[in-house]
Design a protein around this ligand. Structure first.
Ligand SMILES: *Cc1c(COP(=O)(O)O)cnc(C)c1O
Ligand SMILES: [Zn+2]
Length: 452
């Protein structure tokens, strides 16, 4: 049988009859102004049986054949099939660990809890998964003669780090708009090191987003925010990857922190596609976890008093300062996409306070993790759902860890030193200053663990 021709294009996510090629600079539907999504030729993909797809993905996974050893590009036919291989800009993203957290699970009365460590990757967050696709698409457009002077994004920190790194690798100019004083030191230094034009604006993320949307009207500035559905295609591979790591089985639950809500949509899309193409038998249930200080989705779903779905109207809120700075977003651009994913995956929305997210991250760390504050939000929500009996022993849960804890060392140090605003740390571990003598060290050991 000849290899089928795989293809994908943009279409209106709200169902208008609007399509555009992936090489066109277009972010919204020309008919209704709604967001776009990438539509794959599923009939072509179905010509290859599920077992053959699984074998192909496994053979490529973390292997050496550039760029197919990348977690994203190993699934290229499902992501951006027509992209010329020479235009792929890859930093070997994806292929991230799936950890079992047995000691943490036991504390919660559960027995099958896993952490998908999307932060163990080139720039330290899952944003790499989407950015490799977007920057590759830009490289392809430029190769075809499209005038793109620079790629720009507004960011709560991690998007700009990823954009700057991939653009540097490709030799494409990048511009990042950051809310001044609202990103971590590591997040600020990454785009600086990678040579981006780093602009610090005296506003919050929503304020930066507004400006960058206006900027994107400039025809030769390409917009890299997650309203750009190319990024969703790359992030979607995290679902494929974690199902693969579990032997092509869906977990019972996925818990994911949500800010702009692109990643929750991406995870939903990945599972929907795998189910449709027969790679998994059933869908997991999806839990979107929000910080109480930036909770427009939680408020909307609670006010509607119904299961989350596209009928729920999300009203923008003024996001308050939260330790989970990457999700301090009051007007999530992908709210509707996420609500569709929540409806398809029988989902729930919960929230976590500053105290809860900080303690949950520390609790997981005590069992060997090193959770960033956003992962802390997801863990805190898992703890609530376990306490409530919604998630039970015998059910398999995967928590999506969105960034590496090392990007948020201020959060970690502040927790253990007891200096975080609004947090009384329950699991603080203070370092102990001792005299430089054997007796000093022995006394400290005895004080913590008792005499031998
Ligand atoms: C971007 C980001 C999120 C939120 O993802 P959305 O797609 O905006 O919902 C969560 N955690 C971290 C660390 C992030 O960088
Ligand atoms: Zn439309």
């Amino acid at each position: 049988m000849p290899t089928p021709t795989f293809s994908a294009r943009f279409r209106c996510a709200d169902g208008c009859d609007f399509h555009a090629p992936l090489t066109e600079v277009v972010y919204r539907c020309a008919r209704c102004g709604g967001l776009l999504e990438v539509e794959h030729d599923l009939d072509a993909l179905k010509q290859r049986p599920a077992e053959a797809w699984k074998a192909l993905f496994e053979a490529r996974f973390r292997g050496g054949a550039w760029p197919l050893g990348s977690g994203v590009w190993g699934k290229k036919e499902w992501v951006y099939p027509q992209l010329a291989e020479e235009n792929v800009v890859s930093m070997y993203e994806g292929g991230s660990p799936l950890l079992r957290l047995d000691r943490y699970a036991a504390e919660l009365g559960l027995d099958d809890v896993w952490l998908k460590e999307c932060g163990v990757t080139h720039t330290g967050s899952f944003k790499d998964l989407g950015m490799t696709v977007l920057v590759s698409a830009v490289k392809e457009m430029r190769a075809r003669g499209k005038a793109i002077r620079a790629v720009a994004c507004a960011s709560t920190g991690d998007t700009s780090a990823a954009l700057a790194a991939y653009c540097a690798a490709a030799g494409i100019p990048s511009v990042v708009l950051l809310p001044r004083g609202k990103v971590s030191t590591a997040q600020l230094v990454q785009p600086i090191a990678n040579g981006a034009l780093v602009l610090e604006l005296d506003t919050d993320f929503d304020g930066c987003m507004k400006v960058v949307q206006e900027l994107s009207q400039t025809p030769d500035i390409y917009l890299a925010n997650s309203m750009n559905s190319l990024r969703i295609e790359g992030q979607k591979t995290l679902s494929l990857e974690l199902a693969q790591q579990l032997g092509w089985r869906s977990p019972d639950w996925i818990v994911i922190p949500g800010g702009n809500l692109g990643n929750a949509s991406a995870v939903g899309k990945g599972f929907a596609m795998m189910k449709e193409l027969g790679l998994v038998e059933r869908l997991p249930r999806l839990v979107v976890a929000q910080a109480e200080h930036a909770n427009p989705l939680y408020l909307a779903v609670t006010a509607a008093g119904r299961k989350p779905g596209p009928e729920v109207e999300v009203v923008p809120v003024q996001a308050r300062k939260t330790l989970a700075s990457a999700i301090q977003i009051g007007a999530p651009v992908s709210a509707k996409r996420a609500l569709r994913a929540l409806a398809a995956l029988d989902g729930l929305v919960e929230q976590a306070s500053e105290q809860e997210l900080a303690d949950a991250a520390a609790r997981a760390d005590r069992a060997g993790a090193f959770a960033c504050p956003h992962t802390g939000v997801a863990l805190a929500v898992l703890e609530k759902l376990a306490a409530r009996g919604t998630i039970r022993r015998g059910e398999r849960v995967v928590v999506i860890s969105t960034a590496h804890g090392l990007k948020f060392s201020e959060f970690k140090v502040g927790y253990h030193e007891g200096t975080l605003e609004g947090v009384a740390p329950r699991l603080a571990n203070r370092s102990v200053r001792v005299a430089p003598t054997l007796a000093g060290v022995e006394d400290a050991i005895a004080a913590r663990f008792g005499r031998g």
